[in-house]
Design a protein around this ligand. Structure first.
Ligand SMILES: Cc1ncc(COP(=O)(O)O)c(C=O)c1O
Length: 417
């Protein structure tokens, strides 16, 4: 790295960590390690220790680290035209919009809005629901949609919401996966009491809630009820989209989505392979026209470098059959874990390479810490579940390395007083 991009510190991990806590706002707690380099599915810390990255920046680095095609695409675009305002279009932006519409199998009249992150994509979707002329929006308990005020209003967790209330109003959180509650929310009584529904916002597989998949039949019912009510069905595929679950979008699994066509899909995370980019896909002319000229915008969204990164990511996912790889390697891991007799491990849930190892005790934080010490980056997404969202280039051998660690991991029982 050149002197222009570093402070000149020549520090170990401990030194960097002290420097971090003295300079970076404490919204995340102290960093677990200071990472300095990555290659494929591996990263190295400032002390030279190697880790197998089974989290990929939380479902972001779809192509792993320092992928040559992605690196070349970003460099080439930056060296040609790095940024223009949204008064102008660029070939990269337009090509990416077309490619997303194609992968989404979106009908004629569909359109894309570009953002920079998941929360921003969801802000746009939230604003689209307001443009129906209604304000009652349904979301699910356990749902996570981001931290900006609108996305936070859609997010269920009280600890995230309460310090920032009042949030934009009109959002109701329904019990997760409960079809009776969903039907009730659209009933004549509910409409009379609380108004017509503007939209329903759901993740096909809840990521932050611990990799929880909606039950089969839920999305088709949601589609029927929203269509009948003239409400928008918004699928938050920020975490599940772009091949993570083995299809381009999770709702495209027929057993999960039942072949539905949503009104809006939001994307981010894996889309740029590590470069920040978000997108909103509006399906069909009606949804595509909800945000008119001047009603939404962003300086960076649709930036040509971000668009080039996304195009390169999508291209490599396609060329290297990485959706199939996600399915196959996910299955390998699932089978390897199922064949173990570690009393701490109950099983694996999730799809493709968005998985959670279910534990028999609420010791996920201990398991994640032991994993890190053993050279594996994972995430304790729930007290009794460890999330894996590795690069989609993960090999079966790498998955089995982690399975071997899991087979032997032990966390002592607390002493009984
Ligand atoms: C389903 C979902 N939606 C939205 C977000 C927010 O995305 P971002 O952190 O890019 O704002 C996340 C992030 O974890 C997510 O998992």
């Amino acid at each position: 790295m050149s002197d222009l991009t570093t402070t000149g510190h020549e520090l170990t991990s401990d030194g960097w960590t002290r420097a971090y806590t003295g300079s970076v706002m404490d919204t995340f707690g102290p960093p677990q390690r200071i990472l300095v380099r990555g290659d494929g599915c591996e990263v190295w810390d400032a002390d030279g220790n190697r880790y197998l990255d089974l989290l990929a920046g939380i479902a972001v680095n779809a192509l792993g680290h320092a992928h040559p095609t992605l690196t070349a695409a970003i460099s080439a675009q930056l060296g040609t035209l790095g940024h223009v305002s949204n008064f102008f279009g660029t070939p990269a932006q337009i090509t990416l919009a077309e490619r997303l519409l194609q992968l989404a199998q979106a009908p004629a009249g569909s359109r894309v809005f570009f953002a920079n992150s998941g929360t921003e994509a969801n802000e746009a979707a939230f604003k689209m629901t307001r443009r129906t002329g209604r304000t009652r929006v349904l979301a699910l308990e356990g749902g996570f949609h981001g931290r900006t005020m609108g996305a936070l209003a859609l997010t269920a967790k009280a600890a995230y919401r309460e310090p920032f209330e009042p949030l934009p109003g009109g959002v109701e959180h329904l019990p997760f996966g409960d079809t009776a509650a969903l039907e009730e929310a659209f009933s004549a009584d509910a409409v009379a009491a609380r108004g017509e529904v503007a939209g329903l916002v759901v993740e096909p597989v809840q990521g932050e809630a611990g990799v929880r998949e909606l039950p089969a039949g839920y999305l088709p019912l949601a589609r029927r009820l929203t269509s009948d009510a003239g409400a928008l069905l918004v699928l938050d595929e920020v975490q599940t989209g772009v091949g993570r679950t083995g299809e381009w979008f999770a709702h495209q699994h027929t057993d999960l989505g039942g072949g539905i066509v949503p009104d809006v899909v939001t994307l981010a995370k894996g889309l740029g392979g590590g470069f920040p980019v978000g997108a909103v896909i509006a399906y069909g002319e009606g949804p595509a026209a909800l945000l008119g000229r001047g009603q939404h915008g962003t300086t960076f969204g649709g930036n040509p470098v971000a668009a080039a990164a996304a195009l390169a990511t999508l291209g490599v996912l396609d060329r290297d059959r990485l959706l199939a790889n996600a399915t196959e390697v996910g299955e390998t891991l699932r089978r390897a874990v199922a064949g173990q007799d570690n009393p701490l491990v109950a099983g694996v849930r999730g799809r493709g390479l968005l998985l959670a190892v279910e534990l028999t005790r609420p010791v996920a934080a201990d398991v994640a810490r032991l994993a890190l010490d053993a050279g594996f980056i994972v995430n304790p997404v729930a007290p009794d579940a460890v999330r894996l969202a590795p690069p989609l280039i993960l090999t079966a051998e790498q998955a089995l390395e982690f399975a071997a660690f899991l087979a032997d991991v032990t966390v002592p029982e607390p002493e009984k007083s």
